[in-house]
Design a protein around this ligand. Structure first.
Ligand SMILES: *[C@@H]1O[C@H](CO)[C@@H](O)[C@H](O)[C@H]1NC(C)=O
Ligand SMILES: *[C@@H]1O[C@H](CO)[C@@H](O)[C@H](O)[C@H]1NC(C)=O
Ligand SMILES: *[C@@H]1O[C@H](CO)[C@@H](O)[C@H](O)[C@H]1NC(C)=O
Length: 371
């Protein structure tokens, strides 16, 4: 399917590039086509036809750049892999947790509890698998599969040793334990916290009901080194995206860390500032459709997903404009744009051609909190 489409588009674009077809001048139409191509390209990363799609998109972009003096559209960039093994481990931990938030992790902590499976005889490759083992133990108990049937004492707490050097003989031990009452997510400094501890601990919550308390919060504050930007969330325009952003902010608050992959990387004067929102365990991308109808005029200050997609690349719109119609899914509104206006004046990387995207000389990282 993708193969046939890209063949057809290839022919169309070739025709348009060679003849003086009037459609070539219809930049807004071809722009949407380019956005569509780039969307497909991103969505079919593993498909053999992806290279073909990319060729067509690149060719079309070249035609557009040659014919136009306005900047290229907000584009969704493919995911880039971020930082080291700690992030990878946190990432896989999260992905294991049902719903992404049930497997709470406390580094440098040895949680107490009655052991139900002893670590010296129970090794897992990483903390993620240890958390998964705890969950599996719970499920086995619920099925009546352990020694005391459905009344068995099941795991709700795990303790893991993942640093080969420091753990010595305890390396990769995965202890499954049971606590009478597991600490609520807010009580992070619970029993066994100790800066020198070689252990990583966690608890497995039954559900992520605890996130409900965040459902009504509507102010997302982005913390840059340069200052804060306050975004009013717009669940009326992008309910699923706002839900995921709230979960992400809650997760960051729970972990007490900054956002691992949140940054701005592109700026276009009189147009936009663009970035990405990404953190291990929080995957904010949601489908572009269905969603409520978007505003026909993209207002200054709207925060939207880039490339007509559903995240995680996003942009802040700098001017009222109707050029993109309602292509983009918008999830927030920034009233005070002074920091964005300052960011667009920061130094950018040199460009080979004037119509290439403009990248910030230095990417700007940010953290976020919800209130
Ligand atoms: C150009 O695109 C616009 C918007 O999609 C459309 O309304 C218009 O008919 C197109 N013009 C031509 C010449 O195809
Ligand atoms: C579990 O415990 C309850 C209450 O103590 C008891 O009535 C029930 O028989 C037990 N079930 C099994 C399978 O041992
Ligand atoms: C984000 O939070 C982390 C951890 O608290 C901190 O090290 C970092 O400096 C923060 N970054 C910004 C841009 O505020």
């Amino acid at each position: 399917m993708v193969g046939i489409l890209s063949m057809m588009l290839m022919i169309v674009v070739h025709r348009k590039a060679n003849c003086q077809d009037p459609l070539v001048n219809n930049i807004s139409d071809l722009r949407s086509l380019l956005v569509t191509l780039q969307t497909w390209e991103a969505q079919h990363a593993d498909h053999p036809a992806q290279a073909g799609l990319r060729r067509v998109a690149t060719e079309l972009e070249t035609v557009l750049v040659a014919k136009s003096t306005s900047p290229p559209p907000p584009m969704a960039l493919p995911a880039s892999s971020s930082s080291g093994s700690a992030a990878v481990e946190r990432g896989s931990l999260r992905s294991l947790a049902v719903g992404g938030t049930q497997c709470f992790v406390a580094p440098k902590a040895e949680f107490w509890g009655e052991p139900v499976v002893w670590g010296p005889e129970h090794h897992t490759p990483d903390a993620a698998e240890c958390c998964a083992a705890c969950r599996a133990h719970q499920l086995a108990a619920a099925r009546g599969g352990l020694d005391a049937g459905v009344n068995s004492t099941a795991c709700n707490t795990w303790v893991y040793c993942g640093n080969q050097e420091r753990c010595g003989p305890h390396y990769r031990e995965c202890w499954l334990k049971h606590q009478q009452t597991i600490p609520p997510p807010e009580a992070r400094a619970s029993s066994g916290n100790n800066a020198n501890s070689i252990w990583t601990s966690g608890v497995v919550y039954d559900s992520d009901e605890w996130l409900k308390q965040y459902d009504s919060r509507a102010t997302l504050t982005l913390h840059f080194e340069l200052g804060d930007v306050v975004v009013r969330l717009l669940p009326e325009l992008a309910p699923a995206s706002v839900r995921e952003l709230r979960r992400m902010a809650a997760l960051l608050a729970l972990e007490g860390t900054g956002c691992d992959g949140c940054k701005l990387y592109r700026s276009e004067v009189n147009f936009l500032v663009q970035g990405v929102i990404r953190h291990p365990g929080a995957y904010v991308a949601t489908p572009r459709r269905p969603n409520p109808p978007q505003k026909k005029v993209m207002e200054r200050g709207l925060a939207c997903w880039a490339g007509g997609m559903g995240g995680p690349d996003w942009f802040v719109n700098l001017i009222d404009q109707s050029g993109f119609g309602d292509d983009h899914l918008c999830w927030g509104k920034i009233e005070d744009m002074s920091l964005m206006d300052a960011i667009v004046k920061l130094p950018t990387k040199p460009k080979a051609k004037p119509n290439e995207m403009t990248f910030l000389a230095q990417e700007l990282r940010f953290n976020m909190t919800l209130s």
